[in-house]
Design a binder for this molecule. Structure first.
Ligand code: HEC
Length: 270
């Protein structure tokens, strides 16, 4: 083996590396200059444009979510949202609204007359369900009962109740937790149309008129006094509708001959 084979010289006979003068140094170094050092992790300075771009994107993303996320509800943009009624509930009628408010106010009465209006015999509290006072043709008397209260014996559906009294509900300076005219109308409308009761609604104007006509009163009513009050109409109520002569004739014809005679006699006596 020759020396040249043993040494780690390029197999380039006649050229010795020591004779580098033959090579262009600049050319040799160019390779070194071309190669960049291996990148390594560390605290490299960040590109400021990248920082600005990332910040801008984050800001835009937040803005977009805040405005268009639909409160993060999956069904927000669904045409037929799950778990929600697809048909809008029909709007509440004025009557339904009155009954709803009346029902809420009835908790005041339920303390005594009970939630189902059956009254409380153990405490001498008469029923409202089916009561002839409650479903009477007009509300003149029951408006007075609620405004000022009721005391003494009272006959409800033929049964006499006594030993307990009902408190006044009219809202006054002394009774600030009472009911306004509007609330009295609502609660009486509810009472007149619950638990099988069926009677006309009580209007705020009706209550106002009675309230005005009895504003100086502070005592509770007695049954005898209330029976003097016409069920409907009266000076403080709107004028009654014109007489329906044909209807009246029909009703008179239904009377027995005896009753008709008696009626005519009383009318002639006046
Ligand atoms: C503190 C208990 C009490 C409360 C509260 C009360 N009542 Fe009464 N109510 C009575 C009593 C007792 C009578 C019977 C009074 C009597 O015997 O003279 C009565 C009688 C009545 C009557 C006439 C009799 C009948 O049974 O139909 C009506 C109508 C009535 N109450 C409605 C109401 C309404 C409406 C409310 C709520 C705004 C109400 N009451 C709240 C105790 C109460």
């Amino acid at each position: 083996m020759s020396d040249s084979t043993l040494s780690h010289q390029p197999q380039n006979p006649g050229v010795s590396p020591d004779l580098g003068e033959q090579h262009d140094v600049t050319e040799l170094h160019a390779a070194l200059l071309r190669e960049k050092p291996e990148p390594k992790e560390g605290f490299e300075p960040l590109n400021l444009w990248l920082v600005a771009l990332t910040g801008g994107l984050l800001f835009w993303g937040g803005y977009y979510l805040a405005n268009f996320s639909g409160r993060f509800e999956a069904s927000e943009y669904s045409e037929f949202p799950r778990g929600k009624a697809t048909v809008a509930a029909p709007a509440e009628t004025p009557e339904q609204k009155t009954l709803r408010i009346g029902a809420q106010l009835y908790v005041n009465c339920a303390a005594c007359h009970l939630a189902d209006g059956t009254g409380n015999p153990a405490l001498n509290i008469p029923p409202l369900a089916g009561s002839d006072w409650v479903v009477a043709e007009g509300a003149n008397r029951i408006i007075r009962i609620v405004l000022h209260g009721l005391n003494g014996p009272v006959k409800v559906n033929g049964q006499v109740w006594q030993g307990n009294a009902m408190n006044p509900w009219r809202k006054t300076a002394e009774n600030p937790s009472g009911l306004t005219d509007e609330e009295t109308a609502a609660v009486l409308s509810y009472v007149r149309n619950s638990w099988g009761n069926k009677a006309s609604f009580v209007t705020t104007d009706e209550v106002k008129a009675v309230s005005e006509a009895t504003k100086d009163r502070s005592d509770a009513w007695t049954e005898a006094e209330l029976l003097q009050v016409p069920l409907k109409g009266g000076a403080d109520a709107p004028a009654p509708a014109a007489l329906d002569l044909a209807g009246l004739k029909g009703q008179l014809e239904k009377l027995s001959a005896d009753d008709r005679k008696k009626l005519l006699e009383t009318l002639q006596a006046k």
